[in-house]
Design a protein around this ligand. Structure first.
Ligand SMILES: [Zn+2]
Ligand SMILES: [Zn+2]
Length: 182
């Protein structure tokens, strides 16, 4: 494991959030979409389910996407801004099935503040470990999804949105079906 368990969980969530808008396909269209996303990410704390909340998460997504591809100094500034804006105060907590991990906001704080803080706290570890080259964009020419490379040999090039990893399989499947249809 490269980073603390909660850091890796949070970084994966950042990737998944940014990739909800990858390749021009918006998958957070309604508050219900956001709700499903948060359930899938096991994100705890309060949610309003409002359109305003959804808009705030989309603004955060743009901020995080820019941060993901920025240089170290810019990323550090963005992280500090996220923490300042949310008035973050780190505390060790234990809840549900999670062992000791950091929360830096209360469960009642606005969702965008909590998600932004969780992302910032995780990216702090990446920056101070000099590991920002693990925050990448998918190597496929026609894909702008982001990739988190946690592999030992830094070998992960393609995203997990399904398209790139599965493209070869899909092509093979279609070719087989076409052959069967003849
Ligand atoms: Zn927690
Ligand atoms: Zn991709």
């Amino acid at each position: 494991m490269l980073f603390a368990p909660d850091t890796e969980v949070a970084l994966r969530s950042v990737v998944n959030l940014i990739n909800t808008a990858a390749n021009g396909e918006e998958s957070l269209t309604t508050p219900a979409d956001l709700n499903a996303f948060l359930d899938a990410e096991e994100f705890t704390g309060s949610r309003s389910g409002s359109a305003a909340e959804l808009r705030s998460i989309k603004r955060l997504r743009i901020e995080l996407a820019a941060l993901w591809s920025s240089d170290e100094d810019t990323a550090a500034k963005s992280v500090n801004k996220l923490l300042t804006d949310a008035k973050a105060l780190p505390q060790l907590v234990k809840h549900d099935h999670w062992d000791w991990h950091l929360h830096a906001t209360t469960p009642e704080a606005p969702l965008a503040d909590r998600m932004g803080t969780e992302a910032a706290m995780a990216i702090i570890d990446v920056i101070r470990s000099k590991e920002m080259d693990r925050m990448r964009v998918c190597a496929a020419d026609d894909c702008d999804a982001v990739v988190l490379d946690l592999s030992r040999n830094r070998s992960k090039l393609y995203c997990d949105t399904g398209n790139c990893a599965n493209r070869a399989h899909v092509a093979a499947y279609r070719a087989r079906k076409a052959a069967e249809a003849d």
